[in-house]
Design a binder for this molecule. Structure first.
Ligand code: AMP
Length: 282
C-alpha cells in the first residue's frame, strides 16, 4: 500500500494506476468505511482511500479540533483491507493561499443538515470536487449514512459533468442498531445507550410504514416520541436538531408517502452530534 502525502505524489501515483475507485473519508475508520472499501474493490482494479479532516466543512462552533485523527490505525486498517493507496494530504497543500472556490447546490442544501450546518455542503462539495480532480477516479463510493451528502454529491457530479460514477453504500450498524460513526467514540456508556433511541425511532417509523401508514406526519410524531422517551436515562440529555420524512431526490418534506421516502434524524447526545436515516419503500 502506498501512502501519498501530497497532491503531487497523488497525481503521479494516479497516472500509473488503472481503473480506480475513490473512497473519501475523514479517517477514524470503522467497519462502515471498510464496507465502502469492499464496494470500491468490486467496481475497480485499484482503490484509493482519502483521509482528510476537511476544515471547510466544519462551522466555527463545531468539532473540527476534537475530531479524532488516529492516522496510524487508519493506515493499518486500509492495509489489511487491501487498499492500494491512501491519500493523506496536509490542509496547507489542499488549501494553498489564493482565491477560494465554492460549489453551491442550493436546491438541495437549504434543508436538514444544510439548514443546521450553514456552509457545510459548500465545504463538502469543495473538497470532493478537489478530490475528484486530483484523484480522477472512475467510481467514488459514498455511504447512505450521510444521505443528504450522497444526494448532493450525486447531483454535483451530474450537474458539473464529472465522469465519475457515484456508488451508494448501505449504512453499517452495530449489533444493537446504532449506526457506525467516527463520532461514536466520544459517547460514554450512558450516552451510547441514550443514542440508541435514534436508530430505534427510525426502525419504529419503518415498521409503522410497513404496517401501511402513509401519512408522513404520523411517522415524524412516532420518531419524536421515541427519541424523547428517556426510559431510565433521564439524566442523559438528548436534543433533537430535526426529525423529517423527505423525498430522496428533492429532499423536500413529504405529506403523503406515495413513493420512496427517507426518514432522517439529527440529534445531540451531550456534546456529540449524531445523524442517521432509513429509506422507506426502497
Ligand atoms: P466520514 O469519514 O464520516 O466523512 O465518512 C466517509 C464515508 O463513509 C462517507 O461516504 C460516509 O457516508 C461513509 N460512512 C460513514 N459511516 C458509515 C456507516 N455506518 N455505514 C456506511 N457508510 C458510512
Amino acid at each position: 500500500m502506498t501512502v501519498l502525502r501530497t497532491i503531487e505524489e497523488c497525481r503521479a501515483w494516479r497516472a500509473r494506476a488503472g481503473v480506480l475507485a475513490l473512497v473519501p473519508t475523514m479517517g477514524a475508520l470503522h467497519a462502515g468505511h471498510l464496507s465502502l472499501v469492499a464496494e470500491a474493490q468490486r467496481h475497480a482494479h485499484q482503490t484509493l482511500v482519502s483521509v482528510f479532516v476537511n476544515p471547510t466543512q466544519f462551522g466555527p462552533r463545531e468539532d473540527f479540533n476534537r475530531y479524532p485523527r488516529p492516522i496510524e490505525d487508519d493506515l493499518a486498517l486500509c492495509q489489511n483491507a487491501g487498499v492500494d493507496a491512501v491519500f493523506n494530504p496536509a490542509a496547507d497543500d489542499m488549501y494553498s493561499a489564493g482565491p477560494r472556490a465554492f460549489i453551491d447546490m442550493p436546491d438541495l442544501t437549504g434543508v436538514l443538515e444544510g439548514k443546521h450546518r450553514p456552509g457545510h455542503f459548500q465545504g463538502v462539495c469543495q473538497v470532493v470536487a478537489k478530490l475528484f480532480n486530483i484523484v480522477q477516479p472512475q467510481v467514488a463510493c459514498f455511504g447512505q449514512k450521510d444521505f443528504q451528502q450522497l444526494r448532493v454529491i450525486t447531483a454535483m457530479a451530474e450537474a458539473l459533468n464529472f465522469p465519475i460514477r457515484i456508488a451508494p453504500c448501505p449504512t453499517l450498524r452495530e449489533a444493537d442498531g446504532l449506526a457506525m460513526s467516527s463520532r461514536n467514540r466520544f459517547l460514554t456508556t450512558d450516552q451510547r445507550a441514550r443514542a440508541l433511541s435514534i436508530s430505534r425511532a427510525l426502525f419504529f417509523a419503518m415498521e409503522t410504514f410497513d404496517s401501511g401508514v402513509r401519512v408522513a406526519s404520523r411517522l415524524v410524531t412516532i420518531m419524536q416520541r421515541t427519541l424523547l422517551d428517556v426510559g431510565n436515562l433521564g439524566h442523559v440529555p438528548l436534543s433533537i436538531d430535526y426529525v423529517a420524512c423527505v423525498d430522496p431526490l428533492t429532499l423536500k418534506p413529504m405529506e403523503q408517502i406515495d413513493g420512496p421516502a427517507v426518514c432522517c434524524i439529527a440529534a445531540r447526545v451531550g456534546d456529540t452530534r449524531l445523524i442517521d436515516n432509513v429509506v422507506l419503500g426502497a
